[in-house]
Structures are given as C-alpha cells and as structure tokens.
Design a protein around this ligand. Structure first.
Ligand code: GCU
Length: 412
C-alpha cells in the first residue's frame, strides 16, 4: 500500500464513530462469550529461551527477566535505539503555585527539554505536592490523556474541592501523596504514523524516516517520557522517589505496565482497564484483538507486532510475562464488568499467571484462577486486583482502591 493511502486509511479507521466501547458495529466478528475463547497454551514464564527451568530469584533476575524484556522490546512495543548524537536533557521549573486548590498543595510546572544535532523536543510535567507534608512524599505518576499545558489542571475557585477532573486530588493530598501528570502527546502523536515531529527524529540515523520494525512505536515513546519524568523526580526534594507509582487508564494503562516493566525505579504499577496490549492476554483473542489494535492504531506497538496478527500462538510472550517483569514490585490490575473491549477476564488471568514469579521472589500473588466477586478488591497481596460494575473509566471507587493498595505497601 502506498504511504499516503495507508495514512488516510489509518486516519479513517481511527476516527470512526465509537458506538460505545462494548460492542462496536465493525467488530461484530469479535469474541465476547467465554465459551468461544479458543484453546491456548501460555508460553511458560519460568523456563528460559534455552528450555531450562528457572528455579531461583537469581536466575529470574539475570537470565529470564532480561530475555522476556528483550522479546517485548523487539517484538511488541519496540526498542529505543541508541541516538547517533548524544541527547542533552534539561529540567526547568517554569512556574510554581503554592496556593493550588486553595492552598492544599503546591503545583510545579516542570519543563524537560531534549536536544541534539537532529532536533528538539519538550515535555511539560506537572508535580503537585501536599502543603501539609513535612518530609518527601510518595507520589502517583499518571500517564495522562489530558494536556498538561491545558486548563484541565488549573484551579478554578468553584472547583477547588475534592474532585478535580475525575482525579480526587484532595484525597491524594489528605493521604499524603503527591500527584504527577505526564502528557502522552508531548513526545509523540496519539496515533502517529510518520514520526517526523516528535522525539523519534532525535534518534533517527542519517537517512532514516520511519522506525525500523523492531524500533519504538507510540507506547514505547510514552513510556520513555515517563522515565525522563522519573529522572526529574529523582532531583526533586519534595518527592520520595523510592515510592513512586506509575499508573494509567486504557492506552495509558498499557504504557504504565511497559514503563514499570522496564524501569525498576518505579516502585509500583497500576493498570486501569489497559486491555489489549496491556494486561489482557493476547491468546484469548477476546474483545479487542491484536488485529483490531494494529489496524486502527498501527504504531502504538512496533511493526514486528503486526506479524503476529492471527498468529498469536507464535508470540514467544504473552502479557502475563509483562506483569511478571514488574515483580517483586507490587502491581495492581483494575477491570470493569461492562468493559468487554478490554477483556476483563484476560486482564485477571494475566495477573494470576504472573503471580508465580512473585511467589518465586518471596512475594504474594493471586492464588485463585477464578476472578474475585465484583466489587471485592484484593489489596493485601503484591498482585492486587478488582473488578467493579460499569464500563470504561476510573471512578472514585477505583481511585480509592489504588490509594488503599499504595497505603498497604508503602505505609506498612
Ligand atoms: C481504543 C483502543 C484501546 C484503548 C482505548 C483507550 O478503544 O482500541 O486499546 O485502550 O482506545 O485508550 O481509551
């Protein structure tokens, strides 16, 4: 297909009216019924590529985890290449508001600038720290759909209450947490197909104008941005950078898991309804499939991922192995009963199968293959989970469980 037709097709598919996430007209071929899920065998997480069993924490850390991360990098999300010219990174606090939400918190607008011979790129990271803090605070970093340069994060006097744009910031501050927002489109477009304007340019080799099949797509670029935000947080004396959660919803939940899997500086990960390409198992082919994902969003993953469309059984990984790479750090998965596009059952099973790695590392995981009852959160475990009634969103109930999970692990 020529490039212009390809770009137009992607644009058309990605802007098709959403008919409600649950069952979309053009997805009538999809599986939503548990009895139709095909038989599948998951790749064993605790057997090396050479076929040797992994029986110790050391073998996991030095052999199996690096193998799995490399497979995810090269076949699923895409690797970040070595830039030809070194990248200069600068942090600058461009604004400080100590009176955020009527004085409950201080907001810092932090610019992170990247430059080299090939170009420039920039992120704006927002850091909110409760004013009641007497020592560095743990914090949630949210991969955000909202633009950090927009008014979405402003204090409006009439709204300076507890709930801000769906994020109960007041509750974060009351419980002693900071909140950090990293915008998904600062470094890469939402459905980028050309990669000529964002961060990729700085990494292109001479003559290159498209990522190679194993190089980074959008999700890897979003994850890279959160890691650079972490570079900044390590320098911010208000934040306890040893207790930083990375979290996100939906596409950003996928990014959060990939960020945490790669970067062990994040002490915890929360996947909110991340679905296909996030917590859900590819092999179940339930709700959104690899084919649907790469048809509408061809470069969220890397191009190598396209080769596994309808060949999921050939993938040497499945998503339980992504969650396993976060071990021994706590991971929490959230699903919604009506969020069938994200395959709630597949999200649970992924967390369940990742649990064997947590146990190998002396941690606790999910012990039952059955999903827990709706509305019953599993908090006192290194692998946490809840499913609630309702569809594709993060509700106050969900935020409270995420905070409970963080309290349990960070404050005990
Ligand atoms: C689409 C996409 C999902 C994604 C979601 C979102 O529905 O198919 O994979 O999770 O957008 O990010 O809201």
């Amino acid at each position: 297909m020529n490039k212009t037709i390809f770009c137009l097709t992607v644009l058309l598919l990605s802007t098709m009216p959403v008919l409600g996430r649950e069952q979309k007209e053009y997805d009538s071929d999809l599986i939503y019924d548990e009895s139709k899920v095909p038989h599948y065998d998951l790749p064993p997480v605790l057997v090396t590529a050479e076929g040797k069993p992994v029986t110790t924490a050391e073998q996991w850390r030095t052999i199996r985890r690096p193998q799995i991360l490399s497979l995810f990098s090269h076949l699923v999300y895409g690797c970040v290449p070595e830039p030809e010219s070194p990248i200069n990174m600068q942090f600058r606090i461009v604004k400080t508001d100590p009176q955020f939400m009527g004085g409950q918190a201080t907001r810092k607008d932090v610019q992170i600038r990247f430059s080299n011979d090939k170009g420039r790129a920039e992120m704006l990271v927002l850091v909110f720290v409760p004013n009641s803090a007497t020592q560095p605070v743990p914090a949630f970093v949210k991969h955000s759909f909202n633009n950090t340069k927009s008014q979405d994060f402003d204090t409006h006097p009439q709204q300076a209450g507890r709930l801000r744009n769906g994020w109960p910031l007041g509750e974060f501050f009351d419980r002693g947490y900071g909140f950090v927002a990293v915008y998904q489109q600062d470094l890469v477009g939402h459905n980028e197909v050309e990669f000529l304007n964002g961060i990729h340019r700085l990494f292109y080799r001479t003559g290159q104008s498209l990522p190679k099949a194993y190089e980074w797509g959008c999700l890897s670029a979003v994850a890279w941005g959160a890691m650079r935000a972490m570079d900044y947080l390590e320098t911010d004396a208000d934040i306890d950078h040893t207790r930083v959660v990375i979290m996100g919803h939906s596409k950003m939940g996928k990014a959060a898991l990939w960020t945490a899997a790669q970067d062990e500086r994040f002490a915890m990960a929360i996947s909110a309804q991340s679905g296909c390409g996030g917590a859900a198992l590819w092999r179940r082919k339930t709700g959104e499939t690899l084919e649907k994902l790469v048809t509408r969003f061809p470069y969220w993953l890397c191009r190598n991922a396209w080769k596994f469309v309808n060949q999921e059984d050939d993938l040497p990984v499945d998503q339980h192995m992504l969650l396993a790479c976060i071990a021994p750090r706590p991971v929490y998965v959230h699903s919604g009963v009506a969020d069938t596009w994200a395959d709630a059952r597949g999200e649970y099973l992924s967390a369940y199968h990742a649990s064997e790695v947590y146990r190998l590392l002396g941690k606790t995981g999910l012990t039952s293959e059955s999903s827990p009852p709706v509305g019953e959160a599993i908090i006192r475990s290194d692998v946490g989970y809840h499913i609630r009634e309702g569809g594709h969103s993060i509700e106050t109930y969900d935020w409270q469980r995420f905070l409970d999970f963080a309290d349990y692990h960070f404050k005990n």
